[in-house]
Design a binder for this molecule. Sequence first.
Ligand SMILES: C[S@@+](CC[C@H](N)C(=O)[O-])C[C@H]1O[C@@H](n2cnc3c(N)ncnc32)[C@H](O)[C@@H]1O
Length: 430
Amino acid sequence: MRERDAYANLVLPSLLRQRGINGRDAALATELCYGTCRAQGLLDAVLQSCADRPLSEVEGELLDALRLGSYQLLRTRVPPHAAVATTVDLVRASRGSAAAGFVNAVLRRVGEQDEGGWVQTVVPAVDDDPVGYLAMVHSHPRWIAQAFADALGGDLDELAHALATDDARPLVHLATRPGQISAAELAGLTGGRVAPYSPYGVHLADGGDPGELAPVRDHLAQVQDEGSQLVTLALAGVPLEGADTRWLDLCAGPGGKAALLGALGATRGASLEAVEKAEHRARLVGQACAGLPVTVHVVDGRDSGLPERAYDRVLVDAPCTGLGALRRRPEARWRRRPDDLAGLLRLQRELLVAALRLLRPGGVVAYVTCSPHPDETVCVVADVVRRTGAEQLDARPQFPGVPALGEGPHVQLWPHRHGTDAMFCAFLCR
Ligand SMILES: C[S@@+](CC[C@H](N)C(=O)[O-])C[C@H]1O[C@@H](n2cnc3c(N)ncnc32)[C@H](O)[C@@H]1O
């Protein structure tokens, strides 16, 4: 991951399969790998105060080992002598005795305090910088904690709850394919439980590998966060007058929401056109939607050539920072940079304006992000409303039974409130 910018949740399962590691060993390897990735900010602050040189000058492999060792010391029940000894042995085998001596010395210093003690030592004082304090305690970059705080209206107690939940390993969620199998049947087949809000959702028991499940292999269900299901169902549920047969997904890859929309459309006599700019992701949309009334277009959604004023329902699931799904990607929070936002904001605005052009009068556009960052959620919507004169509808009635939806008109879901990724959804019409 450090060398190739790979994703932990793609690399690790395939490595474990390749090496024949399963059961409790696989669970431990996963906990160590994902946990170390998540906690990187805190671990680095601790390591920096224990090392005799800047971490930027420590060779990559040694830094990996130091992070892995200190994670075990601070955040697991692995006995300290075992955490240090196994890490030092690993380093000695690959980098020799001098490197092993360095790692041994640093880890012994790390082991002198527990996590609580280190937090007092390396974290900013809570009164000086409450957001920075919570960010460090819950292993988030400060700018991301600030974005969460802004989206939550500055409530620090709720921010602590949000960051803590975002730092825990989430359950895998499945969505049934509407019309094929019920959520109760899927729960029975997979040993999961029916989801609290989405009528198509199932939460798997902790540790389940969804790729192995027969209903997923047979296209009766797909892996999909319950929040993604809810925003898709919300778009399909907005009451419309007149025709309701032409649906459009303007940012479709890899096809999770397109598959759910396509399957819902199939039960209601509607068909879906799915736009995706990246060719390999468009192929994934085709695979996800096999057997459904879905046509894939490999074009730029801003200039798609599709007919204007033609579509009844349009989804803009915009490219975004993904800050709402950090719990599912252990390393992502440390890779994202605040500068990533600027380019995305422009693209988001342009895609939403294009969607409004393609929408028929009386139809509805859903603007969705898997991020709660106000710049790419409420600010983009407000800006487009101002520029185009579009009208924003109250989204909350389309989330029946879902509590704590705030004052509207948009809906912001949260892991700590709803057990979903932090999906944002706003409805616009022209
Ligand atoms: C958040 S993802 C969509 C996820 C998808 N709706 C799902 O549920 O599986 C955004 C997608 O938009 C695509 N994209 C980025 N720029 C685009 C553009 N200008 N036109 C169309 N698609 C674009 C990205 O390649 C990416 O696949």
